[in-house]
Design a protein around this ligand. Structure first.
Ligand SMILES: [Cu+2]
Length: 346
């Protein structure tokens, strides 16, 4: 049996391939010949994977050879790899957005606007090959709003649920202080969940649940027993390995959206059970993980995967209604190119 790749293996492999790929692009795009060749060789041979894990690395803050270059690359990291003060900063930024006036109505915050948008754009951004790019763009815009309105300096963290698949309810992300609170234990709420009574969002009131206007508490109802096993089985390393081995975009997206991605909301229930799922902050942790998997899949074979969206023109536009400007799909295919300017770290 083939040895299973760990998450770190994917990080390292992707880092190696990406460094060579970006160096290649630089080589072709430049007209300065020999200078570039020397630079390329230096980059290809000295850019060790280890340096990718050092945020201050000079080579990572300069963008090379991509259109719409970035003055700075920021790194998205797994929740448990953030320092405690960074975790608290992210939680505070979310709470801030929950009290920032929204763009649609007086009684809905900017945070709530995202749940509204996600609900209305549901048919565009789900069950189609647009699933990955649309959510990538949504997250980027949300991250920008945290920065613009709440002074947030960091990045959206991801929850690598593969690390917790055997005990999803024990994941650090559910911590009451250095996390977003755990399972619902209070009164019955929406979506087969109960009110979350502990953690930083225990007082949050959401305005909508799906198409209905229903003021309610943050609702979660973790599955247990056999029901839970059914979904957590989709998140084990072997399953993820299968997804990452898919050769073309259609197969990759199709398996990722309908197996691993679907398993999390079905296991959490409550808020996440409906199209207003961004009401639960776990939405962003989960979609950041999904986006990371797509980015790693792209980087594993950039020449064939980075600019292919099956059945969809890369010049088509992605829309976020009032929440952000339209953008072409092709402009968000490389995470480390403008306007995105981020990479994923372990
Ligand atoms: Cu969605």
């Amino acid at each position: 049996m083939a040895e299973l790749k760990t998450d770190l293996d994917y990080e390292v492999e992707a880092a190696q391939k990406k460094s060579i790929f970006t160096a290649n692009r630089f080589l072709y795009a430049s007209a300065t010949g020999l200078t570039c060749l020397i630079f390329y060789l230096l980059l290809a041979f000295t850019f060790s994977p280890r340096s990718l894990f050092e945020e201050d690395s000079e080579s990572l803050t300069t963008h090379i050879g991509e259109p719409g270059g970035c003055s700075k690359i920021q790194f998205r990291r797994e929740w448990r790899n953030l320092r405690k003060d960074e975790q608290l900063e992210y939680i505070d930024a979310i709470k801030c957005l929950q009290t920032t006036p929204g763009l649609y109505r007086d009684d809905q915050s900017l945070y709530g606007d995202y749940a509204n948008l996600h609900s209305h754009a549901g048919k565009i951004g789900h069950d189609t090959t647009l699933f990955l790019p649309w959510h990538r763009y949504l997250l980027h815009n949300f991250e920008n709003d945290l920065r613009t309105h709440c002074g947030f300096k960091g990045t959206i963290p991801y929850w690598n649920w593969v690390l917790d698949w055997e005990a999803l309810d024990q994941a650090p992300v559910w911590d009451n202080v250095y996390g977003i609170g755990g399972n619902g234990t209070g009164e019955e709420s929406v979506g087969h969940g109960r009110c979350v009574e502990t953690g930083p969002f225990s007082h949050y009131q959401a305005l909508r649940f799906g198409a209905n206007e229903t003021h309610h508490c943050l609702s979660r109802g973790f599955l247990t027993g056999e029901k839970s096993d059914r979904y957590s089985a989709e998140l084990q390393p072997e399953k993820l390995d299968d997804i990452m081995q898919k050769d073309d975009y259609y197969d990759f997206w199709n398996t990722l959206e309908f197996a691993a991605h679907e398993a999390i909301p079905r296991w959490i229930q409550g808020e996440f059970f409906e199209f207003t799922s961004p009401n639960d902050p776990i939405f962003y942790f989960h979609h950041c993980q999904v986006d990371r998997l797509w980015a790693e899949w792209q980087l594993a074979d950039p020449e064939h995967r980075a600019e292919t969206i099956f059945g969809t023109m890369v010049d088509d536009e992605l829309e976020l209604d009032k929440l952000g400007p339209k953008t072409r799909i092709r402009d968000i295919l490389h995470t480390d190119s403008g306007p995105l300017c981020y990479r994923y770290l372990k």
